[in-house]
Design a protein around this ligand. Structure first.
Ligand code: GN1
Ligand code: MG
Length: 364
């Protein structure tokens, strides 16, 4: 790999190798914080190596992101927001190519402004879950009038039928010789497969629309201010047309889980109904202007669908020999699968309660 300070220089920024340090714990791209300028007068940036085995068409990826960030910026301007630079990502151009990425012959890189005074993760409490829900409803609302066509940066990314096809292929091929040891999990997940694909079925019947969604609304992809307000939604790689369930469900999958995504102790894993209630309330308040009755009715299904989809994706990767997600130890993807499955069961046990709550909200 080329030295990082050399990579950074292609974006017109001069720093030393020591000004660059790892940032965050995303499972796909490699991320670094770059500190430039004098002490006390620092401008920081985020440098990312784009995983081009997963995002195969980087030019299209960055074009999508450009459309989305410009669109959000224009909306914020119209609304008279005064802190636009911290509410949406700003990417640096590579002056040699005019593109928002640099290809070094082997890897693809991009750089964006670092947003100061923000925090990630674990910041979700019932108190700020309401504001987070409202922010996501607003995020989808702002993108509802994008006129340019967004290409799928990963084809069929949140297509449950496709994810199941990949899963079954992995079970049959059994490349890592692990299938026999996880037969129970495979069966438990298979039992639920038809229900998980409800959205695809309804879409085919013309009953369920696709809208532009973020498609990776896990809590780590949200920057909060110290008071717990959502400042900015980051990690825009997967913004694409999808069912609104993607954003609603994936947020709850991560934020309402009382344990960690890879918690080795599934006893820690549960579904926090107070987070659900506050998040749903905020989301419905800002999204009710565009949601159809069926979309609203199926919000509890969204929570189930995403714990399920993530369990399937982790188990698929485990069966394939860990080729997709970064892992820290050999059984990591299995631990993740078990934690997601425990979460799914917790969510299933709360479906009625969630449905009643949503009815209560929408009857008003
Ligand atoms: C990946 O990039 P990151 O870590 O935010 C994945 C998501 C999964 C998530 C599970 C492109 O997200 O779909 O939900 O891990 N992103 C991609 O933690 O596959
Ligand atoms: Mg991320």
């Amino acid at each position: 790999m080329k030295p990082l300070d050399e990579i950074v220089s292609h974006f017109g920024i001069k720093v030393n190798e020591t000004d660059i340090s790892p940032l965050g714990d995303g499972l796909i791209n490699d991320t670094y914080k770059v500190t430039a300028g004098q002490a006390g007068d620092n401008q920081c940036y985020v440098l990312q190596r784009i995983n081009h085995h997963i995002f195969k068409d980087v030019d299209t990826l960055q074009r999508n992101i450009g459309i989305v960030t410009r669109h959000i910026r224009a909306h914020l301007l119209t609304k008279g927001a005064d802190d636009i630079d911290s509410r949406t990502l700003r990417f640096l151009e590579n002056p040699e190519t005019g593109k928002t990425y640099h290809f070094d012959g082997e890897n693809y890189w991009r750089m964006m402004l670092f947003l100061d005074n923000t925090v990630t993760s674990k910041a979700v409490t019932p108190e700020n879950a309401y504001r987070t829900g409202a922010a996501f409803g607003e995020f989808q609302h702002m993108l509802s009038d994008v006129t340019e066509e967004l290409k799928e940066s990963i084809p069929d990314f949140h297509n449950m039928e496709f994810r199941l096809e990949q899963f079954r292929e992995a079970v049959n091929a059994d490349r890592a010789g692990r299938a026999d040891s996880v037969r129970n999990l495979i069966e438990e997940l298979e039992k639920r497969s038809a229900h998980a694909c409800l959205a695809e079925k309804l879409h085919r019947e013309g009953k369920l629309p696709k809208r532009i969604c973020h498609c990776d609304t896990k809590v780590d992809n949200i920057l909060f201010d110290p008071e717990g307000n959502v400042v900015c939604v980051i990690d825009l790689d997967t913004v694409m047309p999808s069912f609104i369930f993607s954003d609603f469900g994936d947020f709850l999958r991560s934020a309402a889980n009382t344990g960690r995504e890879d918690d080795p102790d599934t006893g820690n894993v549960g579904f926090d109904m107070e987070i659900f209630r506050q998040f749903a309330k905020g989301y419905i308040e800002s999204a009710r202007c565009f949601l159809t009755p069926l979309e609203t009715e199926l919000l509890p299904y969204a929570a189930e669908r995403f714990a399920y989809m993530q369990a399937i994706r982790f188990l698929t990767d485990y069966l394939n020999g860990d080729t997709y997600y970064k892992t820290e130890y050999p059984e990591h993807n299995l631990t993740r699968t078990k934690a997601q499955y425990a979460l799914l069961r917790a969510i299933e046990s709360k479906t009625e309660e969630m449905t009643d709550y949503i009815h209560g909200l929408t009857r008003v």
